[in-house]
Each structure stands twice: as structure tokens, then as C-alpha cells.
Design a protein around this ligand. Sequence first.
Ligand SMILES: Nc1ncnc2c1ncn2[C@@H]1O[C@H](COP(=O)(O)OP(=O)(O)OP(=O)(O)O)[C@@H](O)[C@H]1O
Ligand SMILES: [Mg+2]
Length: 155
Amino acid sequence: MLDFDGREIGSERLGRSFRLWALERHPAQEAPKGDWRVWLLMGGRGSGKTRAGAEWVHEVARRTAKLRIALVAETLGDAREVMIDGVSGICRIARRERPEFEASRRRLVWPNGTIAQIFSSEDPESLRGPQFHLAWCDELHRSIVSERVNLKSAA
Ligand SMILES: Nc1ncnc2c1ncn2[C@@H]1O[C@H](COP(=O)(O)OP(=O)(O)OP(=O)(O)O)[C@@H](O)[C@H]1O
Ligand SMILES: [Mg+2]
């Protein structure tokens, strides 16, 4: 049996490969096709929003070197506890080319040099200055309702 990269799957890798996100995800968790700038994923509690975001960010990050990514949550604690270390967070779902979290610099670093920095919508001014190729905002409505994030600066 071959995996998605065309490599032979040995018995030790078989179980791991069956958990590939491409096989597990629901249609609504698949990123839109074509040239898009904003992917808004709305769903009920536990519907898989965070997991879809984490899987997409990790896939883009591990495939593209030296990207700069913003991870935005309502608080820095949410960013760390949900988007990075949570059950659906990047560090929990990453199966290969796993990033390291540098707590002192509040950032994830992938082996290929891609970096994701965490931000809080409580401090929207912190998004001014640094430049990013892309941003993932979890629970965006909490930031928008409180009018703390200027979408232009987060996008
Ligand atoms: N396609 C899937 N297959 C299997 N498990 C999944 C899938 N999508 C999500 N999960 C799991 O379901 C649980 C809930 O997912 P997730 O945390 O992404 O939901 P959520 O919509 O962000 O929830 P909340 O509304 O609480 O923020 C997690 O354990 C996650 O790993
Ligand atoms: Mg969530």
C-alpha cells in the first residue's frame, strides 16, 4: 500500500497513516478550492472548527518554508491552551515535521523555518508592525463582538 506521497507504507506506519487527516476530515473541514482570501468556518460546539484550522495551518506550514503566520485568539492563554496545546491544537495533531513551541517568544517554529506567532485580540495593537503571509483566528466572533480586532490588521 502507498501513502499520499507515493511511499510504501510499512506495517509500523500503517496505523498512523490510517489516521491521515485527508481520510478523517468531514467535507466542511476541507479548505475551499481555488483562490480564496478568507475561509470562515461556522459550526456548533465541538463540530471541528479548531481541528480544521490547526490541520490546515500545519499542512501549509510544513509544506512551505519560512512562512510567517499569525495565530489570533481572544487571549494569549486561549491561543496556547486551545490552538497549540489543546486536544485539537497544532502540537497535538501534528504527526510529522512537528513544530517546537518557544514560550519566551510566544511562537511555534517548524523545522523548515516557518514561524507562527500567537496574538491576543485583547491587545490588537500588537498586530501592527509584524507582517504575515496568513492568519488563523479561532473563535473570531469573540474578538469581533468586542470590536477588539481590526480585521484588516489580522488578515
Ligand atoms: N473529522 C474528525 N474526525 C475525528 N475527530 C474529529 C474530527 N474533527 C474534529 N474532531 C475531534 O472532535 C473534537 C472537537 O473538535 P474541535 O475542538 O475542533 O471542535 P470545535 O468546533 O473547535 O469545538 P468548540 O466549539 O468547543 O470550540 C476534538 O477532539 C477533535 O480532535
Ligand atoms: Mg474550538
